[in-house]
Design a protein around this ligand. Structure first.
Ligand code: GLN
Length: 535
């Protein structure tokens, strides 16, 4: 069997950065020319995070095929080139739904349907679905924390999986926290010992421990952890908190031997592969460490204080900053609670996507200021829709123009549902989702950025630009810079007389990588740098 399996679990506390650690290992293996597939299994019961509040769950990350997934998949895409599809994202809800559908169709032939073996078999099927003749490693991250009731079927399934395919074909990595106690100036290993003992009770002996820590782990502590957790000290890998960027993490893990210990486990360390080529990543770190300038971008959104809600947008801004060697300070302004004076000194304004009417008027005020004061403006999805509303109201004089999402009775519905008759009762899966093509106008700024007319970007929205207002808005100076190839759906709007004013109906932030920044973000930041030098 060619494909080897790597399982990543987490212990002690949540939010340790399992996604980042998994993505970093994926990247390190790819940089040694291995082919990698990534997936996440989340123990919660929602079918997918599409309907979950960004407060609880952070951003919903959208894949090319339209799957609405966990933000960790964003890390996977930013760090690796593993193709991600709906098979890369599973929840207990999805697993149970599949099993119950089979039960209704009578596929279990009268048997009692149980967690073991029916749910665990379905989980194992999900893991196997990523194997292939061209795949060296499948990395499967298990969401949640060891000890949670909800994650038990997943842990049981991966235990069985190792039995099915052979223990030598499976590597278990456990990510834990080694807390530092200031008062006694000590690192504490006990929570890790407990977490590993929990795992061993259910039949999983981790092969590698990755230890999150504030302080370096000494050899004495490493030996102690190894002894208590039944591991060689070399397999206790330190992951010290990154100083200034998450892009340090893969290099830290490389320096501490995570990828080489992984290859050693699979007896691949003697293969004649080259050492990893990490030059691009060293270059990113060098740029991050020595910015030539600093600029400030305001992000005006409903969840601006909650960074995870706009994860990919913040990452995309950083990627653009890395390209231009600037440090970008992001001023997150909650759209219902800020004053326009907080925008007056910024070098660019970005209004991200969102749902619901809270804060919409604040976003519209921010866009008015950006338009009038000629501050670079970037509107994404709802941000683009608000730009159209602002233009209709304040340039075209269409009083109370609005989206029917916020005012069903508006006189001027400049943004509407494609089919207002659509009966939305099921809140999941009623949106325009996933990658769709856009044709750009050759005279547009966006064309200059992309350097091509046909582009593909990811969507996640229900409402659209209302074409019956096209002529009116165009004649007042709003440029329709991009549409669907048949011309039916407006995808990009711009104001040609403004230094940089672009609104896009899609989500460019899902396609930016640190090694390949998105052209619109890169150009927006370039315009913001120009704005600051001309101030
Ligand atoms: N609420 C808007 C719509 O559904 C915008 C969605 C978004 O910004 N992702 O069309």
């Amino acid at each position: 069997m060619r494909t080897k399996h790597i399982f990543i679990t987490g212990g002690v506390v949540s939010s340790l950065g399992k996604g980042l650690t998994s993505a970093s290992l994926g990247m390190l293996l790819e940089s040694r020319n291995y082919s990698v597939r990534m997936q996440k299994l989340d123990p919660y019961l929602n079918i997918d995070p599409g309907t979950m509040s960004p407060y609880q769950h952070g951003e919903v990350y959208v894949l090319d095929d339209g799957s609405e997934t966990d933000l960790d998949l964003g890390h996977y895409e930013r760090f690796t080139s593993s193709p991600l599809t709906r098979r890369s994202s599973w929840t207990s809800g999805k697993i149970y739904r599949n099993v119950l559908r089979k039960e209704r169709r009578g596929l279990f032939l009268g048997k009692t349907v149980q967690v073991i073996p029916h749910i665990t078999n379905e989980i194992k099927r999900a893991i196997r679905s990523l194997r292939g003749d061209d795949v060296d490693f499948v990395l499967t991250e298990i969401g949640g924390t060891v000890g949670d009731i909800e994650s038990l079927p997943f842990l049981e399934a991966i235990r069985q999986f190792a039995l099915d395919v052979g223990r030598a074909n499976c590597l278990f990595i456990h990510l834990t926290l080694i807390p530092y106690l200031k008062s006694s100036n000590q690192l504490k290993t006990k929570p890790t010992q407990h977490s590993v003992s929990r795992l061993r009770q259910i039949g999983i002996q981790p092969d590698i421990l990755v230890c999150r820590t504030e302080m370096p782990i000494s050899n004495i502590e490493r030996n102690k952890i190894g002894l208590f957790c039944n591991l060689q000290p070399q397999d206790v890998i330190e992951e010290k908190d990154a100083e200034f960027s998450i892009y340090e993490v893969p290099i830290t893990l490389y320096n501490n031997g995570l990828d080489s210990r992984t290859l050693k486990y699979f007896k691949k360390d003697t293969e004649h592969r080259t050492e990893p080529d990490l030059s691009k990543w060293y270059d990113i770190l060098a740029r991050l460490r020595s910015p030539e300038k600093e600029i400030t971008i305001a992000v005006v959104g409903k969840y601006a204080k909650h960074k995870d809600a706009y994860k990919s947008i913040y990452e995309s801004i950083d990627h653009a900053g890395i390209t231009h060697k600037v440090k970008v300070r992001v001023r997150g302004l909650p759209s219902d609670l800020f004053g326009v004076e907080q925008l007056e000194d910024v070098d660019g304004i970005l209004v991200p996507g969102g749902f619901g009417d809270r804060g919409v008027e604040g976003k519209i005020n921010a866009i008015k200021l950006a338009r009038e004061q000629k501050i670079p403006f970037f509107g994404i999805c709802l941000g683009m829709q608000c730009a159209v509303i602002e233009f209709a109201r304040n340039v075209c004089g269409l009083k109370n123009a609005n989206s029917t999402e916020f005012d069903q009775q508006t006189e001027h519905p400049v943004i509407t549902l494609l089919d207002e008759q659509q009966n939305i009762t099921d809140k999941g899966g009623t949106m325009r989702l996933g990658t769709q093509p856009t044709t750009l106008n050759k005279l547009s700024n966006s064309f200059k950025c992309y350097q091509q007319t046909e582009i593909n970007e990811r969507h996640r929205h229900r409402y659209e630009f209302n074409n019956s207002y096209k002529e009116k808005l165009e004649s007042a100076g709003l440029m329709i810079a991009g549409t669907s190839p048949d011309g039916g759906l407006v995808e990009v709007v711009e104001i040609a007389s403004h230094p940089w004013f672009v609104g896009v109906q899609y989500h460019p932030e899902f396609k930016s990588k640190p090694t390949k920044p998105h052209p619109l973000f890169a150009n927006f930041i370039k315009a913001a740098i120009k704005h600051t030098t001309e101030k």
